[in-house]
Design a protein around this ligand. Structure first.
Ligand SMILES: Cc1cc2nc3c(=O)[nH]c(=O)nc-3n(C[C@H](O)[C@H](O)[C@H](O)COP(=O)(O)OP(=O)(O)OC[C@H]3O[C@@H](n4cnc5c(N)ncnc54)[C@H](O)[C@@H]3O)c2cc1C
Length: 391
């Protein structure tokens, strides 16, 4: 039986583990985190990824965990509502797409990969190809041999650093994102409120799953990620209007603030010998694409299918490259709408949104605006690998 080590039990890694096992292979997961993490920020599943989730038998469960956000509002510095629209339009989703919390999705994916060995709180520290396999040394000290090793360890992939000689693969887009759980002071009921100021956006949302709210800060900044994320958020959002002073107080008192760069990964190739990459590790498109989760799901499905049907790592890359390219291309235009550069741009955008929000054909206009993301989300023909393997 083909043995495959997957580094990272995130979205790509768990999807891959499910499909490898289903195709008759023997996956093992190794996850740095000592235990699964719940909740977290919200992510979208669209297009081809919905087909994969359906083929995994998870679509109903995924829908049952929808954040159910029904309304999105944009406010000005004084907190006045400038535009308000239904939650799907606001989030760039059509009616089939699902938004759910990352932790809820990984919990469902763990269920779909139940029984697969997972080494929690461990990681790969060294690996080397030996004959027709890969020798792996784990942080815990033991050594094992696998037929393939796949890095599904996210945008800062250690597998990529260990094996791929492409130091320029990580492209910092010059923006930072911070996420923190906050009390629901605004009394939001499955809704999202966004504040826009030059170079910085802040939003707060509440989901069907939690009495707490989540605040997300997205801002232009290209300095190295500091050790103290709270200080950076405080500095960037000082002297801002709306609820920002109160939100900064919550940031200050929070147990945990997630902060990272918005980045993309561009590699000349996604595998070296018997070591491959999938998900953000191979082709991160950044939060701004809104497609990272769907790309991770599709990548796990295609990689397992190609390994099972003889296409191998090269077949996987051939099948996925164009899909990844199309989705990565969404980030830059999205970013220029999500974070506005100047006072004038903010003023113009708020005026336009306010006018658009009152036009009779606003739903049609909104549908036009989300067309590019849906084209990209569907820009791959999924083979029915399970039937091919069964034949
Ligand atoms: C704030 C924020 C908001 C986002 N919003 C959206 C959105 O709205 N829509 C969307 O589609 N996407 C969104 N994304 C992107 C999405 O979360 C990622 O693209 C997606 O999770 C990628 O999946 P992955 O499995 O490749 O990587 P990850 O989900 O990052 O999983 C990687 C896993 O590897 C583990 N790991 C890391 N290093 C090691 C190591 N050395 N050894 C072992 N394990 C390791 C990690 O602990 C983690 O479990 C957002 C991301 C962020 C940060």
């Amino acid at each position: 039986m083909t043995t495959i080590l997957i580094s990272g039990a995130g979205i790509a890694g768990l999807t891959l583990a499910h499909w490898l096992r289903r195709h008759g292979m023997a996956p093992t997961l190794v996850e740095r985190s000592p235990s699964p993490r719940d909740g977290g920020y919200k992510v979208d599943i669209r297009g081809a990824a919905l087909d994969v989730v359906e083929r995994m038998g998870l679509l109903d469960d995924v829908r049952a965990h929808s954040t159910d956000i029904g309304r999105g509002t944009i406010v000005d510095a004084a907190g006045r509502s400038v535009a308000s629209m239904d939650g799907d339009t606001f989030g760039g989703r059509d009616h089939d797409d699902v938004e759910l919390r990352r932790g809820d999705l990984t919990q469902l994916l763990r269920g779909a990969a139940a029984g697969v060995e997972c080494r929690w709180g461990d990681s790969v520290v060294a690996l080397a190809e030996a004959g027709d396999g890969v020798e792996v040394v784990f942080a815990r000290g033991d050594t094992r041999r696998f037929d393939y090793v796949i890095g599904a360890d996210g945008v800062h992939s250690a597998t990529r650093t260990l094996v791929f000689d492409e130091p320029d693969a990580f492209h910092d887009l010059g923006y930072r994102v911070a996420v923190v759980a906050v009390p629901n002071d605004l009394g939001l009921d499955r809704e999202e409120v966004t504040y826009v100021a030059p170079g910085r956006t802040a939003l707060v949302y509440s989901t069907a799953q939690s009495t707490k709210a989540t605040a997300m800060f997205l801002f232009a900044d290209d300095r190295p990620i500091p050790a103290d994320p709270k200080r950076l958020v405080r500095e960037v959002y000082a002297d801002q209007g709306w609820e920002l002073p109160r939100l900064l107080g919550h940031v200050e008192r929070a147990d945990e603030v997630y902060l990272d760069a918005l980045a993309q990964v561009h590699l000349a190739r996604w595998s070296v010998g018997r070591v491959g990459l999938v998900g953000d590790a191979a082709y991160c498109a950044s939060t701004a694409s809104g497609q990272g989760t769907s790309m991770a799901i599709v990548g796990g499905y295609v990689l397992a299918g190609e390994l099972a049907t003889g296409g191998g790592l090269a077949g996987y890359e051939r099948a996925m490259r164009e899909f990844a390219r199309r989705n990565q291309a969404l980030a830059s235009p999205n970013l220029s709408r999500m974070v506005l550069g100047s006072v004038r741009q903010v003023r113009t955008a708020l005026t336009m949104l306010s006018v658009l929000g009152r036009l009779p054909g606003r739903d049609r206009l909104a549908a036009l605006a989300i067309r590019p993301i849906h084209r990209a989300a569907n820009a791959i023909e999924l083979r029915d690998y399970a039937s091919e393997v069964a034949r």
